[in-house]
Design a protein. Structure first.
Lengths: 233, 418
């Protein structure tokens, strides 16, 4: 579904990604783990076209997207939950969700809104509350809900567990699995390697901008090198 | 206590320095040399009283604050009827307001109608800038440039090509929009302070251009004798120019110069109604929400597939076209324009209207425009202290209503509870 081949990305002179190749298949949860500064977020942003890859190819559903502007890529059926949630704090939950469905027609918007409110009953309780007044966990739910509003076939999640309590993280990961069961393909970037690998079908390990390892989630969880570096022994 | 004593000494010191320089000494010319003369004893007494007042207010600032805190604030929310009731009366209230606005000038004095027309111009400007600053969050300090473009469009087209006011109205809006578009492009990457500086520069460029392009614009002398608007070809002057007819001849009534003033006022009312309606529709459309979303978080907007270039440019362009609209009318009303009318202080006043009214709120902007144009007129004797009063008003607003006179409330629909 999403294929990256030998992608290099630069910030000015500095190269952040070196020949990264990644494959995400329909219906999978694929996770990307790595330390701070390994290039995880850069990789995700490169898929979204900001910054654009300096070389290599990125294909989404067979179509090359590496040269297209962000606003075009983001309307193709993939959605991203950016790092740090980035909800609109001054807009209400309803308005935040509406922004997510900016390019949908009314019927599609209403159907998807009802679905999102079913997934996150908390958002329904807070429907007319301003986004900025909610707790971190609720904001993360809103960020995911907003991304789902465009009815994406592929959902990119950048560190959904960032700064959340363990119980909330558990809930978020359950939702992610539920989404996969509904047919949404998930590409998950995580620091929280243990949780991510547990639910992932496959995983990639990124180190200094290079993919150093790739295997099934279960195998990576057992791997000595991975557990030493990312799971704490 | 020690802290407030320190504050009091500090504030009194600043007051002393400022008042000594501004009120205590005066520069005078004696032949070719400059002389400095001190103030007389009574003035020094007043300065002393002022400094003492500042000192004691600061010293007992806690008690003063507590005293002001006890003054009940007007409960504006209580004035408004309940939501369901309000929804029912709203169309009637609006209709009544429009009728009053249309009938009122026939009873009021000429000066009052003239002032009302000026207020309406500022309402238009405020509403336009509200899109750019209030909704899209792009701080524009050179808004008056688009106003100037609109005014000069009409003045020049009328002078060189004999275009009528009505033909120029859309042209002025379009041309101002084009300028907004041209300015919008280079400043797309900027935000906050940097954007403010560039727009400030743009405003000055336009003014200086108008001042120096003497062949075309007449430079500092401006353009005079701009034609007044006509009513379906009927002029509002004593004698008709060749080939046309005057209003009073056509209807067989006596000539009265106040007819023209009322007519201009009525045009302004119509224009404001159009602008209010259009912008109100825009705010409810997805583009209106996109402006707000862009103000809140640019990265999130991009992640949702919104094109920030289009959104920013649309805000800039629409804001500018409103100013062009207002400018065209301003030129027609005034009959004379010069670069003097488009100095930075105008931008500042319009911005003050938007901030005072409550960013993004249309009702607030309208209220603030009324306050900001009528107050200086009422306090004409204090015109020297106009800036001082603006400053005071701003400080008071910061203390008591930082969110603006009528803060924005976005239209929303209730979700039915199952």
């Amino acid at each position: 579904m999403l294929t990256l081949r030998n992608v290099n990305t630069h910030y000015g002179q500095i190269q952040a990604l070196h020949d990264v190749s990644i494959e995400v298949n329909q219906g999978e949860i694929v996770t990307l783990i790595g330390a701070n500064g390994a290039g995880k977020t850069t990789l995700m942003m490169t898929v979204c076209g900001s910054p654009q890859a300096s070389s290599g190819s990125i294909e989404f559903e067979g179509e090359a997207i590496e040269k297209q502007p962000t606003s075009v890529i983001m309307r193709k059926g993939l959605a991203v939950v950016p790092e740090g949630r980035r909800i609109f704090p001054g807009l209400t939950v309803a308005e935040n969700l509406h922004m997510g469905a900016y390019f949908s027609d009314k019927a599609a918007y209403e159907a998807q809104r009802d679905h999102v409110l079913e997934l996150f009953p908390r958002l329904k309780e807070r429907y007319h509350q301003r986004g900025g007044t909610m707790s971190g966990g609720e904001q993360q739910m809103l960020a995911i809900g907003r991304a789902l509003m465009s009815h994406p076939r592929l959902l990119l999640l950048d560190e959904p567990s960032l700064g959340l309590a363990p119980i909330i993280i558990q809930q978020i990961f359950e939702i992610i699995e539920q989404l996969r069961d509904e047919g949404v393909t998930i590409f998950l970037v995580e620091q929280n390697a243990h949780q991510a690998l547990k639910i992932a079908d496959r995983g990639y390990v990124l180190e200094n901008g290079r993919v150093v390892m790739s295997d099934t989630g279960a195998a990576l969880l057992q791997d000595d090198a991975v557990s030493k570096a990312y799971l704490g022994g | 206590m020690r802290r407030s004593l320190y504050n009091a000494i500090f504030a009194a010191g600043i007051t002393f320095v400022l008042t000594c320089l501004m009120l205590g000494v005066q520069l005078g010319a004696e032949g070719t040399t400059l002389t400095v003369t001190g103030a007389d004893a009574t003035r020094w007494t007043w300065i002393g009283i002022g400094i003492a007042a500042v000192f004691f207010v600061q010293l007992f600032s806690d008690k003063v604050d507590a005293f002001f805190g006890r003054i009940p604030k007007p409960n504006l929310a209580a004035l408004k009827p309940e939501e369901t009731k309000w929804r029912r009366i709203k169309p009637w209230a609006l209709a009544a307001l429009v009728v009053v606005m249309l009938v009122w000038p026939f009873m009021a004095s000429r000066g009052a109608v003239d002032l009302a027309t000026l207020t309406l111009i500022y309402i238009m400007l405020g509403l336009g800038l509200n899109i750019v600053v209030g909704l899209a969050g792009l701080l524009d300090l050179g808004y008056v440039a688009f106003y100037a473009v609109g005014a000069y469009t009409y003045a020049l087209l009328s002078e060189y090509f004999g275009f009528s006011f009505w033909a120029c109205l859309p042209i002025a809006a379009l041309l101002a929009a084009t300028f907004g578009f041209i300015l919008g492009f280079p400043v797309l990457r900027l935000r906050g302070d940097y954007l403010a500086i560039v727009t400030l520069g743009f405003g000055e460029i336009i003014r200086i251009l108008l001042n120096n392009w003497t062949d075309l614009t007449g430079g500092p002398n401006g353009i005079s004798g701009i034609e007044k608007p006509t009513l379906f070809g009927l002029e509002f002057s004593r004698r008709a120019s060749e080939g046309s007819q005057t209003f009073h001849e056509f209807f067989g009534i006596d000539y009265d110069s106040s007819q023209k003033v009322v007519f201009l006022y009525l045009i302004a009312v119509v224009l404001v109604c159009i602008v209010v309606y259009l912008i109100n529709r825009l705010m409810r459309m997805p583009i209106g929400r996109a402006w707000e979303a862009l103000r809140e978080d640019e990265i999130a907007c991009r992640s949702l597939g919104l094109n920030r270039t289009v959104i920013k440019l649309s805000a800039f362009t629409l804001g500018a076209s409103t100013a062009g609209f207002a400018g065209c009318f301003f030129a027609a009303r005034q009959g004379f324009i010069s670069p003097e009318s488009f100095i930075f202080i105008e931008s500042a006043i319009i911005l003050a209207i938007v901030v005072l009214g409550g960013m993004g709120s249309q009702v607030g902007v309208i209220c603030a425009a009324i306050v900001m144009t009528i107050l200086p007129e009422l306090a004409r004797e204090f015109s020297e202290y106009r800036m001082l009063m603006f400053g005071l008003l701003m400080v008071l607003m910061m203390r008591w209503r930082p969110q603006g006179l009528v803060p924005m409330k976005r239209p929303h629909l209730e979700l039915k509870q199952q």
